[in-house]
Design a protein around this ligand. Structure first.
Ligand SMILES: [Zn+2]
Length: 139
């Protein structure tokens, strides 16, 4: 079985096109429902077609291009950038905004704090006894 593709659209239009006109045209063509069009033109990826062969997907993308809209043709394992929502194949870096995904994942984790830091915070908000009654503070 050959790989299947999806056509994903997130509101990208040709540089000289009016997004409102493109939006109306896509809705008139039945490519986008009103709800999908709201999502896409807010910059969030919408899957327009799935289960396409590469050939079908490219044909679909060309059809959209004639309506001044740009979609991404992606294999099933795509994801959206957490910062700009641009849909893309898995990789290390966002092809749109350049976000390094590994760094973003690191930043999203809560910072590791020492017991002393937590105790200091508790002290600041009035917990005088803080954590001193337990095991000795580390760090
Ligand atoms: Zn991005």
């Amino acid at each position: 079985m050959s790989e299947l593709f999806e056509a994903v659209f997130c509101g990208e239009v040709a540089a000289d096109a009016d997004p409102e006109r493109v939006r109306r045209e896509l809705e008139d063509l039945g490519v986008l429902s009103a709800a999908q069009s709201n999502e896409a033109f807010a910059g969030r990826p919408v899957v327009l077609r799935e289960g396409l062969t590469r050939e079908q997907a490219d044909k679909f993308a060309r059809a959209l291009e004639s309506a001044h809209a740009r979609c991404q043709v992606l294999s099933g394992a795509w994801h959206a950038c957490p910062a700009c929502h641009f849909p893309q194949e898995r990789g290390d870096e966002c092809s749109k905004c350049g976000l390094i995904f590994a760094k973003r994942r690191e930043r999203d984790l809560p910072p590791v704090r020492t017991r002393r830091e937590i105790a200091a915070d508790l002290h600041d908000i009035g917990y005088k006894k803080s954590l001193d009654d337990g095991a000795p503070a580390d760090g």
